[in-house]
Design a protein around this ligand. Sequence first.
Ligand code: ADP
Ligand code: MG
Length: 305
Amino acid sequence: MLQVKNLSFKYKKQAVLETISFNVKRGEHLSIIGESGSGKSTLLKLLYGTYDLNEGDIFWGNTPILGPKHNLIVGPEFMKYVAQEFDLMPFISVSENIGAFLSNFYPEEKEQRIQELLKVVELESVADVKVKELSGGQKQRVALARAIAKQPEIILLDEPFSHIDNFQKQSLRRSLFKYLKEKNITCIVATHDKDDVLSFSDTMLVLDDAKIMAHNTPKYLYHNPEHKLIASFFGEFNEIDGEMVYANQLKQVDISDLEVKVKQSYFKGHYFLVETEFKNKSLFFENPSALEKGTSVFLTIIKES
Ligand code: ADP
Ligand code: MG
């Protein structure tokens, strides 16, 4: 188990993280979310032992994770960290990069392992291409494959799909997260993409103002967002009488107390996001069809749990 106890850290005067405590079980998948600059990357770096803490402790089981003051080499053996900026060897092939840290003692097993990893990150077709000739997204895949090559006990991923286009993201995400679960590898992901969280995370941690704003399951926080920051992470939402209501929780009815005036309809594929005016503020709801500007409609809140 990973234990973070009362961690505080600052680069300069201002605290970036303050009295942070949480645990992650073996094989658990935790997402860290929060606005840009909220300290997600810093927290991952601290978990990896990149900096010395100002206060607090980090343990993996009984092993303390220590910063550079106490360690010559950053990063414990059992842990892998994939930074937002990845660091590969450009002049050798994808396969060679992935195999770089695997033992040459059993060449056949090594080759087999490389094939397995190429499959997980869907790079079979460019196995022999030099890394310098790859796109940003392909490089990110190589970095991911290299991080799981030696099967760490715990992996830290900083916005792991940020360079990968939408055409390929869904399938890579399923493949990688399924692999990590199967191998019981603990996974901590910093992300701003709800699709990384909803289907794949056991728990999520929300950072705000140097502190933990919430730590719970994605399902719980989706249904009980409590803060605007959390609701906005999951989707378009409205605040109606102090209550957080997602745009998809409002339905058009014949008559109700909630009368709004249509301003604009946005095509979203299988629905339209309709912007309306309610009490001089914008209110959004989802509708199967576009609605004419100026029309009055009545809405009701339907929440399923
Ligand atoms: P996030 O990943 O959530 O966007 P970061 O952890 O990168 O946030 O940054 C948190 C805060 O720490 C920001 O205010 C950022 O400017 C600051 N920061 C990050 N890295 C450094 C650094 N190496 N030196 C000084 N300040 C830093
Ligand atoms: Mg970051």
